[in-house]
Design a protein around this ligand. Structure first.
Ligand code: SF4
Ligand code: SF4
Length: 183
């Protein structure tokens, strides 16, 4: 994992996509006051109900295996943005979000929240740089097989090799784990 990245990216790249072409940068919108910004969020709490963590693009078989494992968990998703930016997404409601949709610690809430610009949130801008989005291991595996055939072949071979490895008895594994190292 590359970083404990922001719960939300403070300033996602603002781009739209030309039909069949490269992403086109979208000019920055005019400055808004904090009150005007807050007003854009009226009635919405979406960005207080998930976090994202940027990860390294997988290459090795064990890395694919790790994210397949993650996708077996409820509320975990994985997505890829162009050109090759990978993130894990967790559906998880902030504990400071009150039942009326108000932040309980407003005024001392994290800078991450304060500096987030609603004009650039996914509710307003199409996520045009998203190239793939996975909510199940099966979807992810089908994508790897189609889009990363070389990686898929390595993953299948790695699984076979790991499955064929002789297993050590549990007692022997425990004994070696508890033996103090000489160095
Ligand atoms: S920033 Fe966007 S997603 Fe978050 S509350 Fe405002 S409008 Fe909703
Ligand atoms: S601290 Fe407040 S603004 Fe920040 S995510 Fe939680 S509820 Fe939302």
């Amino acid at each position: 994992m590359r970083s404990e990245s922001p719960a939300r990216r403070a300033q996602p790249t603002r781009r739209r996509r030309a039909p069949g072409g490269d992403p086109i940068p979208v000019p920055d919108a005019v400055e808004l006051s904090a009150a005007e910004n807050a007003d854009l969020c009226s009635g919405c709490v979406k960005c207080c109900t998930y976090i994202t963590v940027e990860i390294d693009a997988p290459r090795a078989a064990w890395e694919y295996d790790q994210w397949i494992w993650a996708l077996h968990h409820r509320g975990v998703r994985l997505y890829v943005e162009r050109p090759e930016r990978w993130s894990l997404h967790f559906d998880t409601r902030c504990t400071q979000l009150g039942p009326q949709g108000r932040c309980r610690i407003h005024g001392r809430h994290p800078m991450m929240c304060r500096e987030y610009d609603p004009r650039s949130c996914e509710r307003r801008l199409p996520l045009a740089d998203i190239r793939a989005w996975f909510d199940t291991p099966g979807r992810f595996e089908r994508w790897v097989r189609a889009e990363r055939p070389g990686h898929w072949v390595r993953l299948v071979a790695w699984r076979r090799a790991r499955a064929a490895r002789p297993r050590r008895p549990v007692s022997a594994a425990r004994a070696s784990a508890s033996t103090p190292r000489a160095d």
